[in-house]
Design a protein around this ligand. Structure first.
Ligand SMILES: [Zn+2]
Ligand SMILES: [Zn+2]
Length: 381
């Protein structure tokens, strides 16, 4: 007796008591027979039995496949993507009846109705759209609510790395969050979490939203600067993750946005998980309370010999190394400092000596002040 012949009596027995649609009946046996089409197997097992009854398990859910597919087309219009996956929420009563039949007839190792319907939807959708199914890392994830005929779509975030050069003073690095939602995204801010675009963050976000769509842009900055600071050289590195993008790629890598220049913008795997170590070359204009002479200034070179101890706002102790230091006296009590130092040093506090030691004020033995400082280069370690 073939495997197929063996299952006929069981199938007959089930169908007599519980009328099932082709898909559900076929599903109960297709794995055992290594067949891929539940529907064809079901039809064969039913021997063209026609009935006006509804499927005991699914109440003819499979007749509505086209409706579900339409929901998927509608939800995904406007999105550019190459891979997708489908999930479904099914009425609990359907799942209960599926479990009931499977346990009553001791049918093991078969697909659940949920697996079957998402497989069917995936196959049909892939055939029609030429997009590939990817269960592990899809660009688009559909979640169908089969009961209420709703389709949710999630588009995988896309992350870029790049650098920015800031050519004009007065532009803050970070954007204030939307006052209505505090950055979570709401109708007022168009789900961006920010409603103004007058900062480095704002300018880059606006540019990416225009190019790619998307909701929130999440930034990871490699250091920061004052509103009044310039950033030159090869620029400050940053990472930005765009959530829910419509498009997933950008052709251009360099662009000018108002007073900032974006360099080497490209797709990257992920934003870094751990803080990125970097070194900054900073130029600062220093005012001293009393006049400093060349001999005095020379002492600044000693800063290379010991780490600078910094206490951050939470009281945490950090050490920053000075790699090189140069200075040029401009006037009696003004000099220009160029320092190459571990990234993240609070430069103004380092100058005044506020919870930073040694400090410029300490070394020069006169109160120093810094009103303006610029970044000449930022090197990632
Ligand atoms: Zn069914
Ligand atoms: Zn908002």
């Amino acid at each position: 007796m073939t495997k197929y012949q063996k299952i006929i009596p069981i199938a007959d027995q089930i169908i007599k008591k519980y009328y099932l649609c082709d898909n559900c009946l076929g599903r109960l046996f297709s794995k055992k027979l290594h067949l891929s089409s539940n529907k064809l197997l079901g039809r064969k097992l039913k021997k063209n039995l026609k009935s006006s009854q509804k499927c005991f398990i699914c109440k003819n859910l499979f007749d509505r496949l086209d409706n579900f597919l339409k929901l998927m087309y509608d939800a995904s219009s406007g999105y550019h993507y190459s891979s997708f996956s489908v999930g479904a929420m099914i009425k609990p009563s359907i799942i209960d009846r599926d479990d009931y039949i499977r346990s009553k007839y001791r049918l093991r190792g078969i697909d659940s109705i949920k697996t079957d319907i998402t497989k069917e939807l995936g196959k049909s959708f892939s055939r029609k759209t030429k997009k590939s199914i990817d269960h592990l890392d899809p660009e688009i994830t559909f979640t169908l609510n089969l009961k209420d005929e709703l389709c949710q779509l999630r588009s995988k975030p896309v992350t870029f790395s790049g650098r920015y050069v800031k050519m004009l003073r007065g532009l803050a690095q970070k954007q204030k969050p939307c006052e209505n939602c505090f950055g979570k995204g709401c109708r007022i801010c168009n789900f961006h979490g920010i409603s103004e675009f007058n900062s480095v963050e704002g300018l880059i976000s606006k540019f990416l939203f225009e190019k790619l769509g998307g909701t929130i842009a999440k930034f990871t900055w490699i250091g920061g600067e004052d509103k009044l600071s310039l950033v030159s050289g090869s620029g400050r590195p940053f990472f930005v993750k765009i959530q829910n993008p419509l498009k997933r790629n950008l052709r251009l890598t360099d662009t000018q946005l108002d007073s900032i220049q974006i360099i080497n913008l490209k797709i990257t795997d992920k934003s870094p998980r751990k803080p990125v170590k970097f070194i900054s070359i900073i130029e600062a204009k220093i005012f001293t309370e009393s006049e400093v002479d060349a001999k005095n200034l020379k002492k600044l070179k000693d800063l290379r010999n010991h780490p600078i101890v910094v206490y951050d706002k939470s009281g945490k102790r950090l050490e920053k190394k000075v790699f090189s230091i140069k200075y040029k006296k401009n006037q009696e009590n003004i000099f220009t400092l160029v320092i190459k130092v571990d990234g993240g040093i609070p430069i103004k506090r380092f100058v005044t000596g506020d919870n930073v030691s040694p400090s410029l004020s300490g070394v020069l033995n006169t109160q120093c002040m810094c009103t303006e400082f610029d970044f000449l280069e930022i090197e990632v370690k």
